[in-house]
Design a protein around this ligand. Structure first.
Ligand code: SF4
Length: 296
């Protein structure tokens, strides 16, 4: 016990690009904008179905394609494009590159840039609280609502993820959740309904939930999620939550945003094409004036 730990991935980027904010996915955070997205290597989970296993499940000495970017350089790159919203930490698990992400988000704080985290939520309370003032928006994966799933499929635990979600929901940061639906693993209707009830109770009915279609990857060869399963789960989720979306599947109706009061369509989405069609500049429905989006 004791001693010092050193990070081996500070200022080392394994993947980067400019993505639509909808790809994170964030649907209620400056819709239609693009964001500089970066990821490094590593993850504290070992999901058998990981789509990004080539960067998430390697160690620094196994990866030879790093690009080196100081935090100053990254902020400058992000600022140079005036259409760019900010910086998203994504692709692998940002919590693994905590020091890099923390320094970067701190540096971005006094600029026009927004900082976004796409995370598995598997982080202790103290470092999460330390990070919160610098992160504008989170998308957290809530992979299932059973300890058995987390143990078997991710080698981790559910309860710490629930705790992180609770903490973020009580903060000033924007929160959206993603649930990747894997046939036979986390698509039990009762368990799913328990999860959406929990979300409604803990984070509020207006928390956007993205139900995402799974495709085989890494060590997992279960067949892709049947679209009908997603449709059934969607119907369960909308009984409890106001903004539920389908992802990884072509469904314009269920990926667009509707006013939860008058049901007017307010944002049209088709793939990554986004058009704000029924919101005023304050994020209110143009038909009934109900407030829908804080960040527009
Ligand atoms: S948490 Fe995400 S990045 Fe990490 S192993 Fe699981 S799916 Fe991959």
């Amino acid at each position: 016990m004791g001693g010092d730990l050193y990070t081996e991935i500070f200022e080392k980027v394994a993947a980067y690009g400019s993505d639509p904010i909808e790809k994170k996915p964030l649907y209620h955070f400056y819709p239609g904008s693009k964001i500089l997205s970066i990821g490094t290597i590593g993850c504290n989970l070992k999901c058998s179905f990981c789509q990004n296993y080539r960067i998430s499940q390697v160690s620094p000495d196994e990866f030879d394609n790093f690009k080196l970017f100081s935090t100053e350089e990254l902020v400058q790159i992000a600022l140079n494009d005036e259409d760019n919203l900010g910086v998203a930490f994504t692709y692998s698990e940002p919590g693994i590159a905590y020091e890099y992400m923390y320094e970067m988000a701190k540096r971005a704080l006094n600029t026009r840039l927004k900082s976004v985290l796409v995370t598995n939520g598997y982080i202790n309370k103290a470092p999460l609280l330390r990070l919160l003032p610098y992160i504008d928006a989170f998308n957290v994966d809530l992979k299932a609502f059973s300890e058995n799933f987390y143990h078997k499929m991710t080698h981790a635990k559910l309860e710490p993820v629930k705790n992180s979600i609770r903490i973020i929901a009580q903060s000033e940061s924007h929160l959206e959740l993603t649930n990747l639906v894997i046939p036979g693993m986390n698509d039990d209707f009762d368990e799913f309904e328990e999860m959406v009830r929990w979300i409604a109770g803990e984070t509020g009915k207006d928390t956007p939930l993205h139900l995402s279609r799974y495709f085989p990857a890494f060590k997992q060869n279960i067949a892709a999620t049947p679209v009908n399963t997603l449709l059934d789960l969607f119907e369960i989720a909308v009984r409890h939550l106001n903004y539920v979306y389908l992802g990884n599947v072509a469904d314009e109706r269920r990926s667009s945003t509707y006013c939860s009061k008058c049901h007017q369509r307010v944002i049209d989405r088709s793939g990554y094409y986004t058009e704000i069609s029924g919101l005023d500049k304050k994020g209110n429905c143009t038909n009934c004036h109900h407030h829908i989006i804080d960040y527009i």
